[in-house]
Write a protein that binds this ligand. Structure first.
Ligand code: NAD
Length: 471
């Protein structure tokens, strides 16, 4: 077996792993990154965030051409649909971005290993690839192996008709009837893609609401909009079985007739990729879900071994993984670094988008925290009117005594971009009044953030004031 020595060996080339490798190379370290996929970028780039956003954009253009261009006085005649071209565009975007990471690795002198990495005690990793086994000795090892779709007993994934997000990103044609299990991020984003392109979409959700992590008022408003878009929702519906029978899929749920459809998307969450990577041999502790337990600066229970991203606790979000990567490497290098988990935003790229940072109203109520709330509807925004995007609202929650921002929740066009201002304000400890006094360019959607902040003190300008008024 050949043997090499590095300052840092990274297990996984996703948005956690590749960012860590690049940061470490900037510090002058010798770095190796192991991934079993030839394309770097992990789930996010290959079969997650990026391809789904590519298809969301294409399908939204199609929906616009079919339903909303006419109101702008633009007529396009018969609108055609070429799913093959949409898929090729998506594939090209993924390829270009993956090549970009390859280039950055080359520039940074990072060595890539194609194969499966396994910890060999705490100071070494063995890579098994097509050309046999290679042993990498390392001063530090970073585990960034990510996650995979959670399975559901009774749902027989066949890698085609009954699949996960990976399959739903690659359908060659529009399903006639798609059944989505789980009204979370993936179910609603990929359900939106195929709904816009003409599929009947039925979403089966175990809980009595959609998007359980999001603020309830915002999720309920989104639910109404999605219903108008033609989604069929069945809440409090637990799936017992999904099988392919005679070329059709059959989905069975408690207490209802079986549903026949031609595609099933299972999207009930994700589980960490921590099996079979040698955690036992290195003495690394995991919780009952298999998530690696980490302490300060992402150190695991084995000396010199760190873990970040989807394989540890916390939201399974690419930007959380990348941020942890930077902080972890800087901390190993002895620099001050810190992730503020209260200001990690979440975005659901439906139409309109949902975006959130900080506490939800339910969390504040459960914690017995006194808060004030300001809400501004998008229909009162001039910019939203010009865009023809008046669905949604901005909701701001601030501490009743100090006025410090506690949570910002947005449903509306470009909410995913707007949330950056709220996250920055919260990261700098801003109050609602600080946000209200920011000078927002006019006309922009961001003005709605200022108005919602003013609304906390009943001072919003473009909505009628309630009867009682302060100064
Ligand atoms: P999710 O956690 O967002 O939603 C899963 C949904 O499935 C929940 O509503 C849950 O109540 C429901 N559910 C669970 N068991 C069920 C059952 N047996 N029957 C019916 N419903 C059931 O999970 P996801 O949509 O699979 O996404 C996984 C993760 O990937 C998310 O947590 C998110 O962090 C990440 N992701 C993020 C983005 C983004 O940032 N835009 C996009 C996609 C995925």
């Amino acid at each position: 077996m050949t043997q090499h020595q590095y300052d840092l060996v990274v297990l996984g080339g996703g948005p956690g792993g590749y960012v860590a490798a690049i940061r470490a190379s900037q510090l002058g370290w010798s770095v190796a990154c192991i991934d079993e996929n030839a394309q770097l970028g992990g789930t996010c780039l290959r079969v997650g965030c990026i391809p789904s956003k590519a298809l969301l954009e294409s399908s939204e253009r199609y929906a616009e051409a079919c339903h909303s261009l006419a109101q702008h006085g633009v007529s396009v005649g018969q609108v055609g649909l070429d799913v093959g071209q949409m898929q090729r565009r998506k594939t090209q975007i993924v390829k270009t971005l993956a090549l970009g990471i390859d280039g950055l690795f080359k520039q940074g002198g990072i060595t890539r290993y194609l194969g499966r990495g396994r910890l060999d005690g705490s100071g070494a990793v063995t890579v098994t690839g097509d050309d046999g086994e290679t042993r990498l000795d390392a001063k530090s090892i970073l585990i960034a192996t990510g996650s995979r779709p959670a399975p559901l007993p009774g749902v027989e994934l066949d890698g085609d008709r009954i699949g996960t997000s990976t399959e739903a990103l690659a359908y060659g044609e529009v399903p006639e009837h798609l059944v989505v299990i789980g009204a979370g991020y993936i179910g609603l984003e990929l359900g939106s893609v195929w709904r816009r392109l003409g599929a009947k979409v039925t979403v089966l959700e175990a809980l009595d609401r959609i998007l359980p992590g999001m603020d309830l008022e915002i999720a309920q408003a989104a639910h109404q909009i999605f219903k108008k878009q033609g989604f069929e929702f069945r809440l409090q519906t637990r799936v017992q079985q999904a099988v392919v029978d005679g070329g059709r899929c059959v989905v069975r749920c408690e207490g209802t007739e079986p549903i026949q459809c031609d595609r099933v998307l299972l999207a009930i969450g994700r589980v960490p990729n921590t099996d079979d990577i040698g955690l036992d041999r290195a003495g690394i502790e995991v919780d009952r879900r298999g998530e690696i337990l980490v302490g300060e600066n992402y150190a695991t229970s084995a000396p010199g071994v760190y873990a970040i991203g989807d394989c540890i606790r916390g939201p399974k979000l690419a930007h959380k993984a990348s941020h942890e990567a930077l902080v972890c490497i800087d901390a190993i290098a002895g620099q001050f670094a810190h992730v503020d988990y209260d200001t990690v935003p979440g975005v659901v790229y439906t139409h309109p988008e949902l975006a959130s940072v900080g506490r939800t109203e339910e969390q504040l109520q459960a914690a017995g925290r006194e808060y004030r709330k300001g809400v501004f509807p998008m229909q009162a925004s001039g910019r939203a009117r010009t865009l023809g995007e008046i669905d949604g609202k901005v909701k701001i929650l601030a501490d009743a005594e100090t006025d410090r921002l506690l949570g910002v929740h947005i449903l509306g066009a470009r909410a995913g971009d707007l949330i950056a201002e709220a996250a920055a304000a919260m990261a700098f400890g801003a109050s609602a009044e600080d946000l209200a006094h920011l000078c927002h360019a006019h006309p922009t959607l961001a003005e709605a953030l200022g108005e919602a902040a003013l609304a906390i003190h009943h001072r919003a300008i473009h909505i009628p004031a309630p009867p009682r008024r302060g100064k």
